[in-house]
Design a protein around this ligand. Structure first.
Ligand code: HEC
Length: 204
């Protein structure tokens, strides 16, 4: 009996936690949601970020940097014409575009790599005031995550923004020298927050 009460207590506590933080909008039935989908939007965004960050790191380290240093192949922005590897940011963006194409996702999330000073101007087209605020927050705090909410049309979204830092010389050497940089482009150096991964999750 005690056990049962404890279980009900935990279920209620979880329900309250989900209600107070906004429940994730899923396409599964209420019974499926009650059976176990007790994640807050932030937990879901944080988990997605772990996967995205790991894949970005492995592609940059084990494919781009390794094959370049072994003289096998180099990355190039015009990768199709030059028959080279994609830049890490291009790899990341194409993955995000594939995700956008998947129909009927259990949670219709989206993500992108953003910067207040984008080299690819199209990347900034998804920059809402909340995204700009979050990117600035990561810069001002030298790399803190940012969590917020915004409404687009009739849909409310949870937003998680995770800093993207200049971790290798290749980052700032290429960016600081790129022809797309505008007049207000910073001189990035080691450790600077260059932008952020923005994850958007619809909530009720
Ligand atoms: C050889 C050049 C090159 C290198 C090296 C490079 N980048 Fe980029 N980066 C680009 C280009 C070009 C884009 C735009 C890609 C696109 O979306 O088409 C980009 C995009 C980005 C963006 C998204 C906003 C934007 O500028 O459009 C961020 C953030 C970013 N890079 C950070 C980094 C970091 C951090 C590193 C190092 C780990 C790095 N880059 C390494 C060239 C480079």
């Amino acid at each position: 009996m005690k056990n049962k009460i404890a279980k009900i207590g935990i279920a209620l506590a979880l329900a309250v936690a989900v209600v107070t933080t906004g429940s994730v909008l899923t396409s599964c039935s209420d019974s499926q949601a009650a059976a176990g989908a007790q994640f807050t939007p932030q937990q879901l965004a944080d988990s997605l970020y772990i996967v995205l960050k790991s894949d970005r790191k492995v592609y940059a380290r084990d494919i781009v940097t390794r094959l370049k240093s072994e003289g096998v192949i180099t990355p190039h922005e015009e990768w199709q014409a030059n028959k080279t590897l994609l830049l890490p940011a291009q790899m990341f963006r194409r993955g995000a575009e594939e995700v956008d194409l998947v129909p009927d996702k259990p949670v219709p999330f989206s993500y992108s790599l953003q910067s207040l000073w984008p080299l690819n101007y199209e990347n900034s087209m998804k920059q809402t005031p909340v995204v700009k605020e979050g990117l600035q927050h990561s810069i001002d705090t030298d790399g803190e995550n940012f969590y917020g909410e915004e409404t687009i049309g009739d849909q409310k979204y949870f937003i998680g923004i995770y800093p993207d830092k200049a971790v290798a010389a290749a980052c700032w050497e290429c960016h600081n020298d790129h022809e797309n940089r505008k007049d207000d482009y910073p001189e990035f150096k080691q450790g600077d927050v260059m932008g952020g991964v923005v994850i958007r999750i619809p909530v009720d």
